[in-house]
Design a binder for this molecule. Sequence first.
Ligand SMILES: C[S@@+](CC[C@H](N)C(=O)[O-])C[C@H]1O[C@@H](n2cnc3c(N)ncnc32)[C@H](O)[C@@H]1O
Length: 291
Amino acid sequence: MKAGRTSRTAEAAAALRANHHQNSSNPVFSDPYAFDMTNARWRKLLSNPIFRKILNSTLLNQSLGRLAAQVVGRSRYTEDLLEQAIVKNQIQQYVLVGAGLDSFVLRLAEQYPQLKIFEVDHPDTQKIKIHKLKKLGTISSNVEFVSIDFEKEKLSDALLRSSFETTQPAFFSWLGTTHYLTPETTLATLQNITTITSPNSEIVMDYSIDYKELHGIERIGSFAIAQFTHFLKEPLMGAFESKNLHEAAENMGYIVLEDLSGTDITKRYFHKRSDHIRHTEATHLIHLQIA
Ligand SMILES: C[S@@+](CC[C@H](N)C(=O)[O-])C[C@H]1O[C@@H](n2cnc3c(N)ncnc32)[C@H](O)[C@@H]1O
């Protein structure tokens, strides 16, 4: 991330959620705050009818639509599993690691008054986010902000500064972030989570597949996104082979409950859509539980 400013990829993700909310007839994930959460440049573009038409054209839905589906698909999957964790497993702590401009705290914090919500992110992203949240609504008292730079600090040290309870199970979401960290940092963070969580805690995260394993438009798209994020000063650094990631997680004491490929996510959430958007093959979603 470029020092001193909000994550640009977080702004781009919010812009994709905003477009999906505003222009999809059957949204997979609805975020009515996303438009206001993104930056002024994106808001200007999304308000331009010609840009909107091009962005939602069949041609772009078949290419960029894969990235949009990745962004809304990961949020939908996470919130489906979070609801299940709260209702069925009585989990009462939700940690959004690399929360970005996700608006969960405005959309749903009040619906779950017993849930303690921890937003963990880089201080530069968090500063502007808190400002935006305050402008858009009231930050509910069950929300706590915890700042971290993953490359410099352990998640456990950051969380231990907060009211996070290590003796209670927690649900962690870690979306759109491991791509920008080295695989070593991602694995060290997964290991670190095991040191501060109790059994039955859950994690949902997305991870990149090495682009050399991709073919055709997926390989070209993945390369293009790598160039774009490099330009945004948030280069893609982390990719995994699923088998190796599962093995590493299991050795740390996790159970791999589910690992969804792009095709699996498309089948679950993007089946027979009129806009034909489908999930990219370049990323997977994984659901882990601490044994
Ligand atoms: C693409 S955004 C994803 C945001 C959100 N989870 C979403 O799905 O839209 C990546 C997030 O990772 C955070 N991030 C990137 N590098 C980081 C670092 N070294 N330490 C802490 N957070 C970091 C950024 O601040 C940003 O919020």
